[in-house]
Write a protein that binds this ligand. Structure first.
Ligand code: UDP
Length: 323
């Protein structure tokens, strides 16, 4: 099969491209290298079934032509990471909404199946757990910038479902929950690579707020395998799935665990949110997915727990300290 992966040189995208190549597919990777990196696809760069195109998803003619040529589209290109959103809200909104609109329009025109990578952020600051695909969304006001990301991804979901319902476009939506692994960069604020690098370099480990907030961290190779199975499931059209892990950990405990795994002497320090992100930031206190649906549909089981995940990531950054 021929597939297009938008955002294919990003963290998750590059693992997805590798997995698709391994599965025997022909892969076109489209990336504007804004947060993606050529080094992410170094292992497959010269593979005969892999092609890298450096361009923006908002280049509509190119997108249209690429979608015409392929069987499936994995749409991962997006502005991601809390820091990026806080720093560049206009670009976040534009890429996340116009980009998806173009992908859906042409997927619809050529009737190609498209998987929209969405995010757990769409649930907002919920206080009922675990989060089910049909849970309501709880957002702060539009004057608080962090909600722009959640709103832009929710709009993508509405649009994808509208295309499906009104025009029969084959779409599947997957909400990713804190996916981590090798090649994820800490530059845009993600906590796991940040803590691991701080610990390995002997710098202070920066816990934002009081560290009592929790997250569930899923491993990237578990996630990409599931993305492909959801895409290839004959009945997944028009469906929304949570994907990740449901093993919950407090951020303060994550900091201690990273310290232990790295054998680091780094101190753990607490940074107030307004110092970390600028004024007016609201963090999610908890985030736990209900994975019943993805388990039932494709028998999904995360293979690695948080200890094994951190072992892999620590090992990766020991080998690639510059990454
Ligand atoms: N976080 C932290 N220190 C850091 C980076 C992040 O304590 O250096 C916290 C952040 O405030 C949040 C959690 O870790 O509560 C996860 O942050 P991340 O940006 O990885 O993901 P998200 O907030 O999107 O879940």
């Amino acid at each position: 099969m021929r597939v297009l992966v938008t955002g294919g040189a990003g963290f998750i995208g590059s693992h997805l491209c590798e997995y698709l190549i391994e599965q025997g597919h022909e892969v076109i990777c489209l990336d504007n290298l804004s947060t993606g990196r050529i080094s992410n696809v170094a292992a497959i760069r010269h593979h005969p079934r892999f092609q890298l195109i450096v361009a923006d998803i908002r280049e509509e003619d190119l997108l249209s032509e690429l979608i015409r040529q392929v069987d499936h589209v994995y749409h991962l290109a997006a502005a991601v990471g809390v820091r990026l959103i806080m720093e560049k809200p206009v670009e976040t909104l534009e890429v996340n909404t116009f980009g998806t609109e173009i992908v859906l329009k042409h997927a619809s025109k050529f009737h190609k199946k498209v998987l929209i990578a969405s995010t757990s952020e769409v649930y907002g600051d919920h206080n009922e757990f675990p989060l089910r695909e049909d849970s309501t969304r709880v957002y702060g006001p539009t004057t608080v910038r962090r909600w722009a990301y959640a709103a832009s991804k929710a709009l993508d979901e509405f649009l994808a479902l509208a295309y499906h319902q009104e025009r029969g476009t084959p779409v599947v939506i997957v909400r990713l929950f804190n996916i981590v692994g090798p090649r994820q960069t800490g530059r845009y604020g993600m906590v796991v690579p940040t803590f691991v690098k701080q610990a390995l370099m002997g710098q202070s480990i920066t816990v934002f707020g009081d560290g009592q907030q929790t997250r569930c961290f899923g491993y990237v190779t578990d996630a990409v395998e599931a993305l492909v199975r959801l895409m290839e499931h004959p009945k997944s059209e028009g469906e929304v799935f949570n994907l990740g892990s449901d093993e919950e950990i407090r951020i303060i405990d994550l900091a201690h665990l990273v310290k232990e795994k790295t054998g680091s002497a780094s101190p753990i320090v607490f940074i107030p949110y307004d110092k970390a992100y600028g004024p007016g930031y609201e963090d999610m206190h908890r985030r736990v997915p209900d994975l019943t649906k993805v388990r039932t549909w494709i028998g999904y089981r995360p293979r690695l727990n948080i200890h094994q995940i951190l072992d892999h990531i620590v090992e990766y950054y020991r080998q690639n300290p510059w990454d």
